[in-house]
Design a protein around this ligand. Structure first.
Ligand SMILES: CC(=O)[C@@H](O)[C@H](O)COP(=O)(O)O
Ligand SMILES: NCC(=O)COP(=O)(O)O
Length: 239
């Protein structure tokens, strides 16, 4: 069973499209919690096109479940935000400026010294650290050397291939999960997970601790309503 952290970026995208406060990001996050979400994920980007830095401060003081802040830790503003708000978890993502969405994990071998130092900074504050990685055993092994608590497997590749061949889609991820378990690094996953591909992923990745899901979940909520959608994702993540 994996815990479900709802990524609310897309709610902020909708709000920002008109400049007012509709939909209200905080109210939506609290509703997610009320409907059973076990955490809330935000991924602020430097242009604040969806979640704004101020949203994160507001969320932190109101949420009762785990807050997970994802983002580019090479941005000074991001590091300050994390240290100020002290979330339960920070997920380090190697975004480039101007990226539409995240599209790769860290090269944990090349950036091992940097990642070691930034993990130490956050862990020293009592914040759990997760590093966003592609599903390659050597990246997971090197991530473990940085002192990170967890890795988050970047699942876009799985989601794409799942439509053609689920067994082929999961193979790399199952191997990566085995390595993470052997070396004692916790395992999260996210990106493009949805109601179709999530049950198979959870069933084939033992020890999966958390999935963070935004785009598909918020889209499904347009048809099903937020409460019913979260109920379905909770069932899928514990299948
Ligand atoms: C790291 C990751 O996969 C997610 O945080 C995802 O990229 C969401 O970010 P956007 O909402 O900006 O697409
Ligand atoms: N870490 C992944 C995440 O938070 C949400 O990704 P997506 O479901 O919006 O693709």
């Amino acid at each position: 069973m994996a815990r479900l952290s709802v990524n609310i970026n897309k709610i902020a995208t909708l709000r920002n499209s008109r400049g007012g406060n509709n939909p209200d990001v905080l109210q939506a996050a609290l509703a997610c919690e009320r409907f059973g979400a076990q955490g809330i994920t935000v991924h602020p980007r430097p242009d604040e096109r969806h979640i704004r830095y101020q949203d994160v401060y507001d969320l932190k003081s109101a949420l009762t479940t785990e807050l997970n802040i994802e983002g580019n830790c090479r941005e000074e503003k991001f590091v300050r935000l994390v240290l100020d708000t002290q979330p339960a978890q920070v997920t380090l993502v190697p975004d480039e400026p101007g990226q539409i969405t995240s599209n790769h994990g860290w090269d944990t071998i090349k950036h091992s010294t940097y990642l070691h130092d930034i993990c130490a900074l956050f862990k020293g504050e009592g914040i759990r650290v997760s590093i966003f990685v592609d599903p390659h055993p050597e990246m997971i092994a090197a991530a473990a050397e940085t002192g990170t608590d967890r890795v988050e497997l970047y699942t876009e590749g799985y989601a794409k291939e799942f439509l053609n061949d689920p067994a082929k889609a999961i193979a790399l991820y199952a191997e990566a999960a085995k390595v993470a378990q052997q070396i004692g690094v916790g395992l999260n996953a996210g990106h493009d997970l949805d109601l179709h591909n999530l049950p198979y992923f959870v069933q084939h990745i033992p020890g999966l601790l958390e999935v963070s899901i935004g785009h598909a979940l918020i889209s499904d909520a347009l048809y099903l309503g937020l409460e019913e959608t979260i109920k379905r994702y909770l069932a899928a993540s514990s299948s």
